[in-house]
Design a protein around this ligand. Structure first.
Ligand code: MG
Length: 372
């Protein structure tokens, strides 16, 4: 297989509800859609779902555009490969920049599985025909507004609610949700906002009273030792997200008991190929996994659905329906969750069609590269 042309489309969509985490707030999304074409004319789509600012990790939309356009796509264009897993070797001189890599990796997987007339799920080794979706709720101005959001999502049938937390917005909102929904699958995500200061540790230990499924990423990404120390002193399983960019990070976390649940995120790990490797290692280690999201548009969301169909994704994934985040998706048929369940498409590749007219209307920047 040989990719001969690539396009980058910077597309902006407004969020239906502002989303706030411990580090920032956003009311719209700007993602870079990647379209690859091989020498037979077959097409594959991927999505670079980076945040606009370098707050989740060191990347941002502008850095992703530059790295994809100037380094990654030139490394891929014209090269011969048989399996999308080989792309990693083509750009191995480029350090980090996992979100940028992920968009191109997903496009290559879509192209490859379409060419083989296989669904992406089957190409990845998926076994599920439907996946259980969870929703992620941001930090709200008041506890009453948070409870209204939880009520809305539970009413939509979602099976798991994740609450974003930060120092000062932790025990009380979680207590309120737990009091209102004693049996709901609830977990919290701190996005690395806590330290080992006594008042922070008191809050984190306090979560043991609420029967949470997990506490996600309480401390800084590189501070695996702090996660290990906390896990030894609490019952609630610690889940790592930002800490795990490479398999070596997972190995280290396992070796010091800093992790009991793994959030596998396609963007954070640099694509489906590394996500697949992390899935296999987590399964071998007996670590339950779930697929995390970055508020992807339909393309990235469809890749998450396909990945979540693998056997090791035993907890609900961040694959809620498109309408939870934006009024209209860039797919002709948006991804839908019915009673918190998303069907895994059986059609070739990602299993969805890009709405090119709607994409063009919402596009703010475009570039193309090609080789003969
Ligand atoms: Mg997270």
């Amino acid at each position: 297989m040989r990719i001969v042309a690539a396009e980058l489309h910077l597309v902006r969509l407004n969020l239906v509800h502002e989303f706030r985490t411990s580090s920032h707030a956003k009311d719209h999304l700007e993602h870079i859609l990647i379209r690859l074409v091989d020498e037979s004319g077959a097409v594959g789509w991927g999505e670079i779902a980076s945040s606009p600012d370098p707050y989740f990790n060191a990347e941002n939309t502008a850095s992703c555009w530059m790295v994809a356009h100037d380094y990654l796509l030139p490394a891929v264009l014209g090269a011969k490969w048989d399996n999308p897993a080989e792309l990693t070797a083509l750009w191995n001189r480029v350090r980090g920049n996992y979100f940028a890599k992920a968009g191109i990796d997903v496009a290559a997987w879509d192209l490859w599985s379409r060419t083989n007339e296989s669904s992406l799920s089957v190409a990845l080794g998926g076994i599920r025909r439907e996946v259980t979706a969870g929703v992620s709720l941001g930090i709200e101005p008041t506890i009453d507004e948070l409870l209204a959001q939880v009520e809305k999502q539970v009413g939509m049938g979602y099976h798991r609610i994740k609450l974003k937390i930060a120092p000062g917005w932790d025990i009380e909102p979680v207590r309120a949700v737990r009091d209102a929904y004693p049996k709901l699958d609830v977990h919290v995500d701190a996005n690395a906002a806590y330290t080992e200061a006594p008042e922070h540790l008191a809050a984190l230990r306090g979560f043991d009273a609420f029967g949470l499924t997990m506490i996600e990423q309480p401390f800084a990404a590189r501070d695996l030792l702090a996660h290990s120390r906390l896990q030894q002193s609490i019952e609630t399983p610690i889940c790592l997200d930002e800490s795990i960019e490479q398999l070596a990070d997972l190995e280290l976390a396992l070796s010091i008991d800093a992790i009991q649940v793994l959030n596998i995120k396609v963007s954070r790990m640099g694509g489906l190929s590394p996500a697949l490797a992390a899935h296999d290692r987590a399964r071998e280690a007996g670590l339950p996994g779930w697929c995390g999201g970055m508020h992807e548009f339909g393309i990235g969301r469809a890749a998450n659905v396909a990945l979540s169909s693998l056997a090791g994704f035993v907890l609900p994934s961040d694959v809620s329906g498109s309408e939870k985040y934006y009024a209209r998706d860039i797919l002709t048929t948006p991804i839908a969750a019915v009673d918190g369940i998303v069907k895994v498409p059986s059609g070739p590749g990602l299993g969805f069609t890009v709405d090119s007219e709607f994409l063009a209307k919402n596009r703010h920047k475009y570039a193309e590269l090609s080789v003969r």
